[in-house]
Design a protein around this ligand. Structure first.
Ligand SMILES: [Fe+2]
Length: 177
């Protein structure tokens, strides 16, 4: 990923932080009606998801491919067969219509690949799943480097740079919680 492309993420990230802060200020304002505050809280959750998803995404991508331990590969293999099956599934879900995030998620007893439309993280987390891998599939994530039609090539390339050390730690944290 080029620096030019990464800067696009930072612009979205900074905008989300600014929006989040502005909405927090509004929520603290006593003159804002309660009904309106519910909408503001909803919008703030969305901005918070955008911030959090970007942080998870940057954390789980590494220019040096960090492979998982054999023990973790075995655990994941029970659900997917092997690591390349996960990579292929991530590419497949990224083909979903609309912008969003492709991800691998774990609950107490299962691991799934899913697509988060927009930044509506709630649908996945409400079902009891927590993120192991997050890949930004918004247009700003790939257009400069891979072109308008380059989403598939972009996700496929990125799966080769997943930091499996980070993924393994997230998995162990979820299962030991
Ligand atoms: Fe982004």
């Amino acid at each position: 990923m080029t620096l030019n492309q990464i800067n696009d993420h930072f612009r979205y990230y900074e905008k989300a932080v600014a929006n989040y802060n502005a909405l927090t200020t509004l929520l603290a304002n006593d003159s804002v009606p309660e009904q309106e505050k519910k909408q503001i809280e909803f919008r703030r959750t969305y901005e918070n998801n955008t911030i959090r998803l970007h942080e998870l995404f940057f954390e789980n991508i590494n220019p040096k491919r960090i492979l998982p331990s054999l023990e973790f590969t075995d655990k994941i293999a029970s659900a997917f067969g092997n690591l390349s099956a996960i990579e292929q599934d991530l590419v497949a879900v990224s083909e979903a219509e609309g912008v969003g995030w492709a991800g691998l998620f774990a609950s107490n007893d299962s691991v799934v690949v899913a697509f988060i439309r927009g930044s509506d993280f709630g649908s996945v987390s409400d079902a009891g799943y927590k993120p192991l891998i997050i890949i930004d599939c918004w247009e700003h994530a790939y257009v400069k480097d891979f072109g308008m039609q380059g989403k598939k090539e972009y996700v496929s390339t990125l799966t080769k740079y997943i930091d499996w050390g980070v993924v393994e730690k997230r998995f162990n944290d979820i299962r030991s919680a």
